[in-house]
Write a protein that binds this ligand. Structure first.
Ligand SMILES: NC(=O)c1ccc[n+]([C@@H]2O[C@H](COP(=O)([O-])OP(=O)(O)OC[C@H]3O[C@@H](n4cnc5c(N)ncnc54)[C@H](O)[C@@H]3O)[C@@H](O)[C@H]2O)c1
Length: 276
């Protein structure tokens, strides 16, 4: 017998065509959930859906740009029409732009905030009132360690992710009175396509310090740990030991973390990894 809390539940996952979202979709389906998955990339989401269905999972998929409120609204309403409930929504889709903030165009700010912040807002704006009406549900928003500590070189991403953390914490307090749970996921380094797909501005990729292989998690391991946090209804699901350490340090001494980051960023400038 499948004793998973996700068995028979309805779980929406955005950005499920790759990486963490793909890992979550597969793991939820293996645990017996009806997964409703979407991504902006039609080819990727179709492949993920086919893989889940081939393995015997219950899945429906669609192409959704989370920065488009109407598209998110239609996706969530279609899920409610099909299943008469939603138990989980994983607002996971995200992008990054890396480079010195002085070289960002307005679109390098806007695109990241439209997807990473407003993508989450749209999922919340549609799903939360439905969950309040139901009297149950769990919203899981993906932020980042960059939503808990100020990482230089990805300023628009940091802005969007700090917003996701604040929104999630405030909503958790309000939702509790309605039976709605809210968690925020703050991963450190997860080995996904975001590092190769992201726009990079004035960073010498050849000189850039490589992410240490040992420091990161695979998307599948990350998905399992996220679901463990969801089962325990954690307010913060912070993944990788390094991310937990950095968030703790930033709570103890934000000034010390800014000093450490300034040194690291200064060294990167001196070595020519980042153009002055
Ligand atoms: N990989 C990491 O180290 C890491 C760390 C912290 C946080 N995160 C966050 O985890 C989430 C998932 O990222 P990932 O690492 O799996 O990246 P990924 O690139 O592997 O997957 C992201 C998916 O989101 C989709 N997407 C992009 N824009 C979209 C849009 N407008 N609408 C719908 N889908 C869209 C992409 O097509 C892709 O399939 C993101 O929010 C990211 O910021 C990742």
């Amino acid at each position: 017998m499948n004793m998973s809390v996700f068995n028979g539940k309805v779980a929406i996952v955005t950005g499920a065509g790759s990486g963490i979202g793909k890992g979550l979709a597969g793991e939820l389906a293996r645990r017996g959930a009806n997964v409703v998955i979407s991504d902006i990339n039609a080819g990727r989401i179709e492949q993920v859906a086919q893989g889940i269905a081939r393995d015997g999972g219950k899945v429906t998929s669609s192409v959704v740009d989370v920065s488009n409120y109407d598209a998110v609204k239609n996706m969530v309403n279609d899920a409610v029409d099909a299943h008469a409930r939603i138990d989980y929504i994983f607002n996971n889709a995200g992008i990054a732009v890396a480079g010195p903030a002085k070289d960002f165009t307005i679109d390098d700010w806007r695109n990241v905030i439209d997807i990473d912040f407003y993508g989450v807002v749209h999922g919340v704006a549609v799903a939360y009132p439905i969950m309040v009406k139901q009297g149950f549900g769990h919203i899981i928003n993906t932020a980042s360690i960059a939503g808990l500590a100020p990482l230089p070189g990805i300023a628009s991403y940091v802005a969007g992710k700090y917003g996701v953390v604040g929104l999630s914490n405030a909503l958790r307090i309000e939702g509790a009175g309605h039976g709605v749970k809210v968690s925020v996921v703050c991963p450190g380094y997860i080995k996904t396509a975001i590092f190769t797909d992201s726009k990079i501005i004035n960073i010498d990729v050849g000189k850039r310090a490589q992410m240490p292989d040992w420091g990161g998690l695979t998307p599948d391991e990350c998905a399992k740990r996220i679901l463990r946090g969801v089962e325990r209804n954690k307010a913060f699901i912070i993944l990788t030991g390094f991310a937990q350490y950095l968030s703790l340090l930033n709570r103890i001494s934000p000034d010390l973390v800014i000093w450490i980051m300034r040194r690291g960023y200064g060294n990167a400038l001196k070595k020519g990894m980042i153009q002055m």
